[in-house]
Design a protein around this ligand. Sequence first.
Ligand SMILES: Cc1ncc(COP(=O)(O)O)c(C=O)c1O
Length: 377
Amino acid sequence: MDFAERAEAELGALRAKGRLRVLPGRLAPGLCELSGNDYLGVAGDDALREAFYAHLHGEARCLGATGSRLLSGDTAEAEALEAELAAAYDAEAALSFGSGYHANAGILPALAGKHALVLADRLCHASMIDGIRAAGCDFFRFRHNDLAHARQLLARHAAGREVVFVMTESVFSMDGDRADLAGLVALKRDFPQVVLYLDEAHGVGVFGETGLGCAHEAGLHREIDLLVGTCGKAWGSMGAYVICRRAVRDLLVNAMRPFIFTTALPPVNVAWTRFVLRAFPVMGARRARVRRMGCELAAAVRARGVPCVSDSPIVPWVIGADADAAAAAARLRAEGFNVRPIRPPTVPEGTARLRFSLSAAIPDAAFERLLECVRHG
Ligand SMILES: Cc1ncc(COP(=O)(O)O)c(C=O)c1O
């Protein structure tokens, strides 16, 4: 079997299991999008985009950074974004990255020595798992959102460790439920070697009075040692950042491979991220609306007798079998809604689901129809 035949055989095995992934192509016109992460409707806001372009000048117009941050790509836009983020979070420093995947794949390997210990929520995103694997240190998962289990693991394994990273997400990407941030901070009081690593990919924009995420909303952001935000979701942009201490930022600049060995983000993209950051404080009505929609849709799922603990614009309808989830997605598509079935290995075996990802830009009438379809479909 040659190389391509081997690839064909692997594809055949995935096809046989009903798990072959194919690129979906462009959204058919007229379909209501329920699988993106444009929670505030920023990416699709033509007026906002035109206001941004109207004031674009100088370096901010550049479409390419020409090199990595440590070579030719260290633009004034990137420096300004980091200063603004650090100020917004009342933190010593911020560092920006090409994507959330880069951030999560690179931060831990740069900071965790071989003798560190990592405890991560069982449902942490694949990018965090890739970072943990690359770091190569000891690693245990605690049951989802079960800090009592995290405490047991700490009691059993933390003695003698200088550093224990405890990693979780503020809003879980596949279930839409939220971490117990106060409980996490309490862990740090009882185990001083704990370093809290919080991925706010789905929290920023949507939570917090000014859209800075769940930890900021709870007034706990200063307790989080590594607060990761991503700009490709509610931000309607691209990129990511970490909020941290100055020395930690400087070590990342020296040791984080997905920061060092990649071209910096284009200045125009960073300028848009800065523009949206300035606009976040006045998007309270969008935040309130999309969160209310999330509550209503979760209630509609529960009304079918399906447990749903979502507390965010991400609302899962767990169906179980892969084929049944695909059939439910096809039925909703026929009703005008684009929602994708999410199947293992993205979610645990037997929990194939529809994952509704809501946006404040969805018109009232479409949302009412969606509620009807979920209640009675
Ligand atoms: C929880 C979480 N972290 C990180 C990422 C990666 O972010 P990005 O899309 O910016 O690479 C995602 C995106 O899917 C995510 O859901």
